[in-house]
Design a protein around this ligand. Structure first.
Ligand code: PLP
Length: 371
């Protein structure tokens, strides 16, 4: 007979999911109520308010999509890109490539701005692309490239897009709650994130936010949104302000309790304090890794505090080391992705996993295993 599943207790220091805060796990186990229950609807309003805080926006269209970060990505593209639309897509890692696929699946034309993996998106190249493509409708880029650990200058990129009357789609899956991000001040038009990184929640929900300009662009479409589930016009009947909360789909009730709790934690800590905590523990981890002779993939100044990519030292068996960390220390660190598979490790310091204890634990486990 198959028994109940009892997962091992791990310390998750990879690219996500990251450790879930115990109070978030506790919130998830509270009794399920109906997704149209008045008590639930009040909680939805609070989630929306706290997401607006996390994104630093007043955008009315701010809501959690009931599916993982990839669905948040698709929500932005399927609503804003119509057949024939030109989209400038920046690629400096795995996730920019997925943006290109999204554009093409929507019938759009992707104009690629390529940068080396492990570097930030070049603001100069984006400026040139905007000048050469005055008919571009959207500029799309990844704020925090989880595949490499590089952070791009979202503020400068969005300012350029505005100058060229271009909408922006920004991937903030790994940056939300971990790095400075100001949706309204920076003029971001459509943004999506994930719950499993710096929000300390389980995977499976994708917060998104659309500016007024983006909402107008969706309204001005000549064709209907090709996805029923992700059409913001329809889902806002459930998540919109003053909406009668009509049934759209059955919300993942307990996963939303988790998101609510994760956002309460963020609010209690303070957004800027959370950004500072990620930076502080990253600096400690960096010092320890460098003392062991490990070299960072990303240059200082373009490094994401919550995702530290270091080259695997010559002669070290990547898979064997990660297996030892898992078996002997119950510690997960991430393998390299795409072009960096087998070449780097990705050490995450995200959300509730971004602690002094975890920095010390990871350094101790790596040192014992490596040296
Ligand atoms: N974008 C980035 C930058 C990511 O890191 C990820 C996941 O790691 C995604 C998109 C996709 O999110 P999900 O795996 O939750 O669908």
């Amino acid at each position: 007979m198959i028994q109940s599943f009892n997962p091992p207790v791990r310390t998750l220091m990879g690219p996500g999911p990251s450790d879930i805060a115990p109070r978030v796990l506790a919130a998830m186990s509270r009794p399920t109520i109906g997704h149209l229950d008045p008590a639930f609807i009040q909680m939805m309003d609070e989630i929306k308010q706290m997401l607006q805080y996390a994104f630093q926006t007043k955008n009315e269209l701010t809501m959690p999509v009931s599916a993982p970060g990839s669905a948040g990505m698709e929500t932005c593209f399927v609503n804003l890109v119509e057949p024939g639309d030109k989209v400038i897509v920046c690629q400096n890692g795995v996730f920019g490539g997925r943006m290109k696929e999204n554009v093409e699946r929507c019938g759009g034309v992707a104009v690629m701005v390529e940068d080396d993996w492990g570097t930030a998106v070049s603001v100069d190249k984006v400026q040139a692309a905007l000048e050469q493509n005055p008919d571009a409708k959207v500029l799309a880029f990844v704020h925090a490239e989880t595949s490499t650990g590089a952070i791009s200058d979202a503020k400068a990129l969005c300012a350029l897009a505005r100058e060229h009357d271009c909408l922006t789609i920004v991937d903030a899956v790994t940056s939300l709650g971990g790095s400075e991000l100001r949706v309204d001040e920076w003029g971001i038009d459509a943004i999506y994130s994930g719950t499993q990184k710096c929000l300390s929640c389980p995977p499976g929900i994708s917060p998104v936010s659309f500016s007024e300009r983006a909402v107008e662009a969706v309204k001005a479409r000549k064709t209907s949104v090709p996805s029923w589930f992700l059409d913001t016009n329809l889902v806002m009947g459930y998540w919109g302000a003053g909406a009668k909360r009509a049934y759209h789909h059955t919300a993942p009730v307990n996963a939303l309790y988790a998101l609510h709790e994760g956002l309460v934690m963020l609010q209690d800590e303070g957004l800027e304090n959370a950004w500072a905590r990620h930076d502080k523990h990253h600096q400690a981890l960096r010092a320890g890794l460098e003392a062991m002779g490990l070299k960072f993939l990303v240059a200082e100044g373009e490094r994401l505090p919550q995702l530290n990519s270091v080259f695997i030292p010559e002669g070290v068996d990547d898979a064997a080391l990660r297996t030892t960390l898992l078996n002997d220390y119950s510690l997960e660190i991430g393998a390299g992705l795409g072009a960096f598979a087998g070449k780097v490790w990705r050490i995450g310091l995200m959300g509730a996993a971004c602690t002094q204890r975890n920095v010390m634990f990871c350094l101790m486990a790596l040192e014992n295993t490596l040296l």
